[in-house]
Write a protein that binds this ligand. Structure first.
Ligand code: ZN
Length: 552
């Protein structure tokens, strides 16, 4: 059942949309989608309220008395209110998007790998679907969808759905609107197994397919733990480097940053993570963004479990230990209210809740339950949780009630409603080596770099650079960490690489700390402003708003 969601104007308790049919044409020249959304209603009251943001509504068919578009709220957008005639079963909204749509990024050919064709991709989580589809944009609402997407030759459209035939899509499983996704570009496909494959620009395809060759094994590992994969195909789409996140778990088609292609599979835990969302997040979904940890905590925990099956306990514990360390660092900076798993986001953008807390504190809670009740019993419980709530959106309260059915008396209140880590939080320990070798994995390098003392001199940085060639590292994680240290140390030989990296890569995880470090000195601020002038036009709206706030 949908619940009240402070981040949606929609009224699913009165009138509920259950299927969306999109018919859209993509204009790269105007940076607009134009067409119609046909919304099928399961229950229809007197009005239907949809979420929109910056949409130009051209016409509404099926309305009794036209429509009204309310004032624009900076986070929520504008409610579209449609008067419904008695007995109506569907409404057609004709509309076009704005070139500034927060959920779409339009890339010039220069921003792609091939440099020949433009590229478009959507990022609907958390509440950006409304900027390209008039919809009840709450994770508590679930819809099936179909779509016809018209694109200029020779580009290929892809969606988070089955491809019925080129340009035609259908997703028969009901999902929350933030999981509706679209990408258009010069894209080619390479199969990895019968049900898995990679889409990428032609020049990236072979490299991507090699990096992600373990994908089918990951699906099988997840199935052996948590039951059948229910979405048909599992494909990956490699996006241009401006993609603001590591990955996005769009059903049937994970969107991924090219910055995880390291050449040695050292960063493929991202695939395990996005795949895990096929159970936690896409199958069982947080009903509002207050309970985002239900999506991300479960997923981070399952990611480690998949990784353990494929690459062994040592590697999964190492990554868990690194993340726990990152969480502890972030907890020192965050307001107490934002350290709770159940977070109060009233009056805020739900993207504000995207800290390490829902991910790693959530995963640590599940790890604690596993240790306390035993892996066998707890695995069986998680599997029953997915079966019980499949294709439903639920709250933390429903999670607790279901947990207590199997484990009476279990109390996780401190985890959900108190800041920081409770005293019973598991400590993930890993014995990192202290003498670097070329055999080290990305994670071992990261740990070693982060453990370097504060206040390194430029001379010390130079010595490390000569020995290990960090400034020229093609591994984005190592490069980002090194560049951060270079900014702090005032290590000038890395400044050229810093600018190149920030102009090319728009992944928020890398960009944000670098700009934050730069603005700490007046010289750094001047450098940040000069770099940002070049970099900003290539950034996604989400990354732009993050960096705008840092430089303001
Ligand atoms: Zn995730």
């Amino acid at each position: 059942m949908p619940v009240h969601d402070i981040h949606s104007y929609s009224n699913p308790l009165e009138s509920r949309v259950t299927h969306v049919e999109l018919d859209l044409a993509v204009s790269f020249r105007e940076k607009k989608l134009r067409g119609a959304a046909t919304l099928a209603l399961e229950t229809a009251g007197r009005t239907l309220v949809l979420d929109t943001r910056d949409l130009n509504i051209l016409r509404v068919n099926g309305s009794a008395a036209g429509f009204t578009l309310g004032p624009r709220d900076q986070f929520l957008g504008s409610p579209l209110t449609i008067q419904l005639p008695r007995g109506v079963r569907s409404v057609v909204v004709e509309y076009e998007t704005s070139p500034q749509a927060s959920g779409l990024q339009w890339l010039d050919p220069a921003q792609t790998a091939g440099k020949q064709h433009p590229f478009l991709f959507s990022q609907s989580q958390a509440i950006h679907a409304r900027s390209w589809i008039p919809i009840q944009d709450s994770p508590g609402v679930r819809v099936t969808y179909s779509a016809r997407i018209n694109v200029p030759v020779p580009l290929t459209p892809l969606m988070s759905a089955r491809i019925v035939r080129p340009g035609h899509f259908h997703l028969p499983q009901p999902v929350s609107p933030y999981l509706i996704a679209l990408a258009v570009g010069d894209l080619q496909f390479k199969a990895l197994s019968k049900r898995c494959g990679v889409w990428a620009e032609p020049s990236m395809l072979d490299q991507a397919a090699r990096e992600f060759e373990d994908t089918e094994k990951m699906v099988q590992a997840a199935e052996s733990l948590y039951g059948a994969y229910r979405w048909g195909r599992y494909d990956l789409l490699v996006l241009p480097p401006s993609f603001p996140f590591g990955g996005m778990e769009n059903p049937c088609l994970t969107f991924a940053t090219p910055t995880v292609i390291a050449g040695d599979k050292s960063l493929v835990s991202l695939v395990a993570h996005e795949l895990a969302h096929s159970w936690s997040g896409n199958l069982v979904t947080n009903s509002t963004w207050r309970d985002f940890w239900l999506n991300e905590g479960f997923t981070t925990y399952i990611e480690r479990r998949i990784q353990e099956v494929l690459y062994g306990r040592r590697r999964s514990e190492m990554e868990f230990a690194i993340e726990s360390g990152e969480l502890e660092g972030e907890l020192k900076e965050l307001k107490p209210a934002d350290q709770k798993l159940v977070i109060d986001l009233s009056g805020r953008d739900p993207d504000d809740g995207m800290t390490m807390v829902p991910y790693v504190k959530g995963a640590l809670l599940l790890r604690r339950l596993e240790e306390k009740h035993g892996r066998e019993r707890f695995d069986a419980w998680i599997r029953s949780y997915f079966d019980q709530f499949a294709y439903q959106s639920i709250s933390s309260e429903e999670f607790v009630a279901f947990l207590r059915k199997s484990f009476p008396g279990e109390n996780v209140d401190a985890w959900l409603h108190q800041p920081g880590l409770p005293p019973d939080a598991p400590r993930i320990r890993f014995d990192f080596g202290s003498t670097p070798t070329h055999a080290w994995s990305t994670q071992e390098w990261l740990h070693w770099l982060r453990a370097q003392p504060a206040g390194l001199s430029a001379a010390q940085m130079s010595e490390m650079d000569q020995q290990w060639d960090f400034t020229r590292s093609g591994n984005s994680e190592i490069a980002a960490q090194w560049l951060l240290m270079a900014v702090r140390a005032g290590y000038r030989p890395a400044y050229g690489r810093l600018e190149q990296f920030l102009v090319e890569v728009g992944r928020r995880k890398f960009v944000k700390p670098l700009f934050e470090a730069l603005v700490k000195t007046s010289e750094g601020r001047a450098r940040a402003e000069a770099i940002y002038k070049k970099a900003r036009p290539g950034y996604h709206p989400i990354t732009q708003s993050t960096v705008d706030a840092i430089l303001r």
